[in-house]
Design a protein around this ligand. Structure first.
Ligand SMILES: *[C@@H]1O[C@H](CO)[C@@H](O)[C@H](O)[C@H]1NC(C)=O
Length: 267
């Protein structure tokens, strides 16, 4: 009866230990693979996360099975901080991703994205790192399918296409520029174009410039990040519930250790 929580905690920690191995492996693989700016800023956090989970699992495993009370105490303390941190991050993710969405335009199959619609915090992060993010988007060939269409696509069938947020923001000029269509990535500005939208002057038909400097491109990226964070936040809630269960089991094991120790001390 007394041993159940210790054994359960041991098993749970073997499980998280095993999970940490592919995470570390994935991080090392990422750092070897990385030849674009995109992947390079992901590998270190992934390796750090893997090592962190591995150390925590070892502490929990040794603490529970070998009845090392001080190790179990550290384990529980770190777990508590982790639950608190994840909880705050999840709330933050929901708040930050709450604002902003693409705008449907009548007669178009795609939506358009405005930077000002999104949370100020995300705008600042994206603006501050834009050079790096931009080269990342350029490498990802997000506009390639549109460039490849050439002038074979009639204007109406282009308007009916569904475009991803990044494609809509980065690969074509904004609708209110009123440019005239040659191909999805080739537009000519007309004399009637007198839009106040600053993106109109940022547009270039050059395949490696397009609208990569536009505010709409940043907005398209934020829209992507937004939906990713929503998914992460939902996975986080499941993870927090799992951690709270492990934490509760850990607390029982901690109590058992102390009880065992006091039995040893007063036989
Ligand atoms: C865009 O179309 C015009 C007219 O057909 C053509 O002269 C120009 O070379 C094209 N620009 C690019 C970058 O493809």
């Amino acid at each position: 009866m007394v041993r159940v929580s210790n054994n359960l905690l041991g098993i749970l920690n073997i499980l998280t230990f095993l999970i940490s191995i592919p995470i570390i492996g994935g991080g090392i693989w990422l750092s070897r693979q990385a030849n674009t700016e995109c992947e390079r800023f992901l590998d270190k956090p992934v390796i750090a996360l893997g090592v962190f989970i591995m150390l925590l699992s070892i502490a929990g495993l040794v603490g529970a099975c070998c009845r090392v009370t001080w190790l179990l105490w550290i384990y529980l303390f770190v777990m508590f901080l982790l639950i608190l941190l994840l909880f705050c991050f999840t709330i933050f993710a929901f708040v930050v991703t709450n604002k902003g969405a693409g705008e449907a335009i009548s007669g178009k199959g795609y939506k358009e994205y405005r930077l000002g619609d999104y949370s100020n915090w995300l705008q600042k992060r994206v603006n501050g790192n834009w050079r790096r993010i931009r080269s990342c988007i350029q490498d990802s060939k997000v506009c390639k399918s549109l460039i490849d269409q050439g002038s074979e696509t009639p204007v109406q069938s282009f308007y009916n296409q569904h475009l991803s947020a990044l494609q809509s923001g980065c690969c074509k000029p904004s609708d209110d520029c009123k440019f005239s269509y040659v191909s999805p990535t080739n537009w000519t500005s007309t004399s009637t174009s007198s839009s106040t939208n600053s993106d109109c002057s940022r547009w270039s038909n050059e395949p490696n410039i397009l609208c990569y400097n536009c505010e709409s491109c940043k907005a398209g990226l934020i829209d992507n990040v937004k939906s990713d964070w929503k998914k992460v936040a939902i996975i986080n809630i499941i993870f927090i519930v799992f951690l709270i269960i492990v934490y509760t089991v850990g607390c029982c094991a901690f109590r058992n250790n102390r009880a065992d120790n006091s039995w040893k001390r007063y036989p």
